[in-house]
Design a protein around this ligand. Structure first.
Ligand code: HEM
Length: 207
């Protein structure tokens, strides 16, 4: 499915962009569903919501939910079986993380094509875990009777709502930082669209 000298294999690119579409629909329709019965003392402005009304938003949410789940399974299956996740996201050493975080905060972190720094690695693994959590808590909310054991695992229906909200917030926070990092090194966007090319091993590593 992919040429060996590509920065991002085709499956990674396809699943990444389908994931971005599914998450955008789920986030914005989820805010409409939240507004119909807010968990906390605030609601979200209608301008960032999708669906118009509760019924419309639920239709969008359920449609995108299946896209997210199917796509996530392909993403995870490919990542584990091809060794992509292990090669690109591991290991994460606390020392590397502390160094890369400091370099990032002082705007000195170099970007090496095809290599994720420790901050990116932790963020990517973290968002994959948040997606898993949002799916599990979403299933507990969708079928609280049939999947009672799952609902009970989160502490009941109300607690599942809170977990779903927290996992959604973690994904939203990830997206803000993720997009800021892409804006700092826009060439990474081209590679995520076209596949890019790994630098020649003898020509050094462009940043
Ligand atoms: C329009 C929105 C988005 C843009 C422009 C974007 C862009 C990118 C780019 C350019 C990379 C490669 C970074 C590099 O080579 O250093 C990347 C990787 C990644 N992005 Fe996004 N992204 C978007 C949305 C998302 C969303 C919504 C998620 C998950 C919630 C996500 C999760 C990831 C992950 C996990 C990777 C690592 C992929 C891998 O190699 O396995 N992205 N993204």
């Amino acid at each position: 499915m992919s040429r060996p000298n590509r920065v991002h294999p085709l499956t990674v690119r396809l699943t990444h962009w389908l994931n971005a579409v599914a998450i955008s629909v789920l986030l914005t329709s989820g805010l409409t569903i939240y507004n119909a019965s807010p968990l906390f003392d605030f609601s979200f402005p209608a301008s960032i919501t999708l669906g118009g009304w509760l019924g419309g938003a639920l239709a969008w949410h359920f449609a995108a939910m299946w896209l997210l789940v199917a796509n996530f399974l392909v993403m995870l299956g490919f990542g584990l079986l091809s060794g992509h996740l292990r090669r690109r996201l591991l290991p994460i050493r606390p020392r590397d993380f502390a160094r890369d975080l400091w370099l990032a905060l002082t705007f000195r972190l170099p970007h090496q094509t095809g290599v994720y720094n420790a901050v990116q690695r932790l963020m990517y693994l973290g968002v994959l875990a948040a997606i898993l959590l949002v799916i599990a808590s979403g299933l507990a909310l969708w079928k609280p009777v049939q999947l009672q054991w799952l609902s009970a695992l989160f502490g009941g229906y109300e607690a599942s709502r809170r977990v779903h909200f927290v996992a959604m917030s973690a994904i939203a926070a990830f997206i803000i930082v993720h997009l800021a990092l892409v804006a700092i090194v826009p060439s990474t966007l081209i590679a995520m669209l076209t596949g890019g090319r790994m630098p020649h091993p003898h020509k050094g590593t462009p940043t």
